[in-house]
Design a protein around this ligand. Structure first.
Ligand SMILES: NC(=O)c1ccc[n+]([C@@H]2O[C@H](COP(=O)([O-])OP(=O)(O)OC[C@H]3O[C@@H](n4cnc5c(N)ncnc54)[C@H](O)[C@@H]3O)[C@@H](O)[C@H]2O)c1
Length: 253
């Protein structure tokens, strides 16, 4: 039985993942850490200041982190140093935080799966965007994303991954966030962020040229889709010795 702990165990993603792990016959949910102490699905949630004690006492094989960028930047190096494999789903890192986290994982000689989106559909969607962009390099490209009113980072980590794919495929372009007032459209990629209600996560990439527009869209209907992907990744990483993997490795895409 693989023992799974969660950082951010009381959050929206933490609770959704906790439920799936708790119900899985091949996994044991050992609890986790969060800002406040509590209990989830019969397992203890420690205050995050006691992260090391949690790991020593509950012996997780894999820790799954869905918190916020500053929290992961502090917590991931601690876990890596203690030799625990990692699933990292948090988004909104600065380039420096991303590099520090990857260095900590390498220094700890542990294995990790890092993804801005653990849904299977989005990982296929990224391939479709790459394919479309490669054939539509002279089209105007816009990226539109929508999330619930509590999401803090913008644009979403998933949109950032989409932008990375677009730059890689069509060549580096200026990013223009929203538009206001008089301005000519240049060769930029336009990015539009919507925040409201309980939207789980919508992403659209549109390619337009005279007389036609092609739109690729992905819509998540329940955050269980990310949680299931993260749990799949946890099973994948459990017996890996070291290395940084992506969801495409987990899904063998
Ligand atoms: N990669 C993906 O597939 C994916 C999918 C959904 C959300 N996310 C990302 O996951 C993160 C969490 O999203 P959410 O909707 O669950 O947010 P949330 O606010 O509901 O949950 C975050 C939890 O982290 C806790 N937390 C904050 N600081 C902490 C710290 N220092 N130590 C331990 N716990 C701490 C909070 O108390 C909260 O319970 C966000 O960055 C979001 O963008 C990623």
């Amino acid at each position: 039985m693989t023992r799974i702990g969660i950082i951010g165990a009381s959050g929206r993603m933490g609770k959704t993942i906790g439920q799936i792990v708790h119900d899985a016959p091949d996994l044991t949910y050992v609890g986790g850490v969060d800002i406040a102490e509590s209990n989830q699905f019969g397992a203890p949630v420690y205050e995050v200041k006691n992260l090391q004690a949690f790991i020593t006492e509950q012996s997780p094989d894999v820790m799954i982190d869905f918190t916020m960028a500053s929290a992961s930047a502090a917590n991931i190096p601690v876990i890596a140093k203690m030799g625990i494999n990692i699933i990292l789903g948090t988004t909104g890192f600065t380039k420096e935080q991303q590099i520090e986290i990857e260095n900590a994982i390498k220094a700890g000689n542990v294995a990790a799966v890092i993804s801005t989106n653990f849904s299977i559909g989005m990982n296929i969607f990224w391939n479709l965007v790459r394919e479309a962009a490669g054939r539509l390099k002279d089209y105007d490209i816009e990226v539109i994303e929508a999330h619930h009113r509590h999401k803090k980072d913008a644009p979403s980590g998933t949109a950032r991954t989409i932008l990375g794919i677009l730059h890689e495929t069509v060549g580096q372009r200026e990013e223009v966030y929203g538009r206001n007032g008089l301005q000519e459209r240049g060769n930029e990629i336009g990015i539009h962020v919507i925040r409201g209600g309980d939207i789980i996560g919508d992403h659209t990439v549109s390619f337009s040229k005279n007389y036609e527009t092609i739109e690729l869209s992905h819509r998540a209907a329940d955050r269980a889709v990310f949680a299931q992907g993260a749990v799949l990744a946890a099973r994948f990483v459990a017996d890996k010795k070291s290395g940084i993997y992506a969801m495409k490795d987990v899904l063998a895409l």
